[in-house]
Design a protein around this ligand. Structure first.
Ligand SMILES: [Zn+2]
Length: 264
């Protein structure tokens, strides 16, 4: 069974230099961990100067019958899902899809959560980063983290969970989408919604030279410095406008980006 001390030693070996980080996690691959998610969070907080995680809430999304074109979705197809939409509030738990750790962080004493109705982040010692988020720039906290020479930490997950690649896509000028979210009073339009992440593992060879990795238990922790990651994604998309898209035939967001590239 893994202990908090094992995790701390593993994180220590990554030599994060007292910088802040964004973490993406799946605890299952690690097997049993003494103390559960709280122990993992404790080890993370002991290893970085500030920590943020996405606490996204996709169940707040509603899709109208009509809307802007080239938006990576087919309008009118979402009536059933719209009926099940849940309104956003600051204490709404993060989607289970994010893993258990973001929710553990959100509930941690002293944690702050940003107020975006779909793409919120929670953080500790990261209020200044979270406060940069706006409706037009929902992934701004990642930019603020880069300004502080921060890290991306992947615990038991690959780059398909790496939200920072989305931020780099936006910097590279890639199409962003519009989505809508239910709040207590009204439906909010949410521009700057990112594309699909299913093809993000393709960035791995380009950042191998700056990535650090440690095996622990049945799984691994990877640390990637944010600056070179953002640069690598921008360079790759400039080189190939179709880079990092997924190959699923029915993927509407990736197909929209392909179509825009053909039209240009
Ligand atoms: Zn896709």
């Amino acid at each position: 069974m893994l202990t908090s001390q094992d995790l701390k030693s593993a994180l220590n070996s990554l030599d994060l230099g007292g910088k802040p980080a964004i973490a993406h996690t799946s605890l299952k691959p690690f097997g049993e961990i003494a103390g559960g998610p709280e122990a993992v969070l404790g080890a993370l907080l002991a290893s970085v100067s500030g920590l943020i995680m996405p606490t996204f809430t996709y169940k707040t999304m509603v899709i109208p019958e009509v809307g802007p074109p080239n938006n990576g979705l087919t309008y009118g197809r979402y009536r059933d899902l719209n009926r099940m939409a849940e309104y956003f509030h600051l204490n709404k738990p993060a989607d289970a899809l994010m893993g258990i750790l973001p929710e553990t962080l959100r509930r941690y004493p002293g944690a702050m959560r940003s107020a975006h109705p779909i793409l919120s982040f929670a953080g500790i010692h990261a209020d200044d980063m979270l406060e940069t988020q706006t409706m037009y720039n929902p992934l701004a906290p990642i930019g603020a983290l880069a300004d502080r020479d921060g890290w991306v930490l992947l615990l038991g997950v690959d780059h398909t969970a790496n939200t920072s690649v989305h931020y780099a896509e936006k910097l590279a000028g890639r199409r962003q989408f519009v989505r809508w979210a239910l709040t207590r009073r009204r439906i909010l339009e949410c521009p700057g919604f990112p594309g699909c992440s299913d093809g993000f593992e393709a960035i791995r060879p380009n950042i191998e030279y700056v990535s650090r990795r440690v095996e622990i238990g049945e799984s691994f922790i990877e640390a990637i410095p944010l600056h070179p990651l953002l640069r690598a994604v921008k360079v790759e998309i400039k080189r190939n406008p179709l880079a990092l898209l997924c190959q699923r035939e029915e993927c509407e967001r990736c197909n929209t980006i392909r179509q825009i590239a053909i039209d240009m």
